[in-house]
Design a protein around this ligand. Structure first.
Ligand code: AFP
Length: 333
């Protein structure tokens, strides 16, 4: 019989002795949040049949949108544990402080509770993204400075994919590891140890409907990815779900590049730096790849606001460096 490793066992075994406290427990809190959210996501279609959103459920509670629900689950599982000094969520304009009556802890949690939630109605995969930083000043209760840290300071990051199965993928800087939820026993089991980006890559992922909105070097890059105009790119096929976690996960397993470029009228792009781009940039680096805003490593960008957006290129290094080269060439010319 093959060896079965639960996420709890794996996290405990892998952490160095000094980190077997708060960080380990925080990751486990997130795994628990993943199970709670997964249960709800799997019933989303059913809930639609049983009652419209906004209707009152059997407990007499108003039904919430799933992203609001997921946000509440993560916050409520993490606010009272004494492991965090502050949180930031895609769902909240301002940072989420730890209530004064709870102890504060040494870590900062940033998260997008349910990315791609527009896809729920069509039963397409969605996901949660998270990043964990150290609190900069351990004597205070958590300030905006603790949140506005570059991706390079991340101590851990990961995502939960709610797809045909639910997976949690994370890294604490010692490789990227994936766990699949066995719904019968309610446990995440190790299914993908030490994930690394395969070579040669198989896919490029970009919303090509926006081609006319891109600057010329990005259009040139797109043609290069397609193998046109004498391109020396590897042979790639196109895949785009429009759900970042799902697109990222597929490309992590198969190799490729995901792009959400700047647009002429939207020079910052769409993807959020703090709780979407930076955690995935941390993971891709651990998997042997690279992430960039088109000019520099995404991990070097220091956010100035919690909800800042960035142009986003992530995947196999060669594919991401090509867009940097084309954009740099255009500046020189
Ligand atoms: P939503 O949270 O508004 O659904 O946006 C999801 C997302 O940020 C990311 O998951 C996708 O990769 C990207 O948007 C898709 O955007 P386009 O629909 O513009 O291609």
């Amino acid at each position: 019989m093959p060896r079965i490793t639960t996420i709890e066992r794996f996290i405990l075994d892998r952490q160095p002795e000094y980190a077997k406290g708060d960080l380990t427990a925080l990751l486990y809190d997130l795994a628990l949040a993943a199970k709670v959210i997964s249960h709800k996501v799997n019933r989303a279609g059913l809930l639609d049949i049983l009652g419209e959103a906004g209707a009152v459920n059997v407990q007499g509670e108003n039904q919430q949108k799933l992203d609001v629900y997921a946000d509440g689950v993560i916050y409520r599982l993490c606010d009272h544990t004494g492991r965090l000094c502050i949180m930031a969520s895609e769902e909240h304009e301002d940072p989420l402080t730890i209530p004064d009556h709870y102890e504060k802890g040494p870590y900062v949690l940033v998260y997008d509770p349910l990315d791609g939630s527009a896809n729920i109605d069509t039963n397409v995969s969605i996901g949660t993204i998270f990043g964990i930083y150290r609190c900069l000043d351990w004597t205070t209760r958590g300030r905006i400075e603790d949140i506005l840290q570059p991706g390079r300071n991340l101590v851990a990051a990961g995502y939960i994919l709610f797809g045909s199965s639910t997976m949690m993928v994370y890294s604490t800087g010692q490789g990227v590891h994936g766990f699949t939820l066995d719904p019968d026993i309610g446990e995440f089991l190790l299914s993908h140890e030490n994930m690394t980006l395969p070579e040669p890559p198989q896919y490029y992922s970009v919303n090509a409907a926006y081609f006319d909105r891109w600057v010329a070097p990005v259009q040139q890059y797109f043609r290069w990815l397609q193998g046109r105009d004498g391109s020396d790119a590897p042979d790639l096929s196109a895949r785009y779900i429009g759900s970042l976690v799902a697109d990222f996960h597929r490309n992590l397993l198969k190799g490729g590049v995901f792009c959400y470029p700047a647009e002429i009228n939207k020079p910052v792009g769409k993807i959020r730096l703090l709780y979407e781009a930076a955690p995935l940039a941390f993971l891709i680096q651990q998997a042997g790849g690279y992430a960039s805003d088109g000019k520099r490593s995404l991990l070097d960008i220091v956010p100035t606001t919690a909800h800042q957006r960035v142009p986003f290129y992530i995947g196999n290094r060669l594919l991401v460096e090509k867009v940097e080269a084309l954009l740099a060439e255009a500046v020189v010319r």
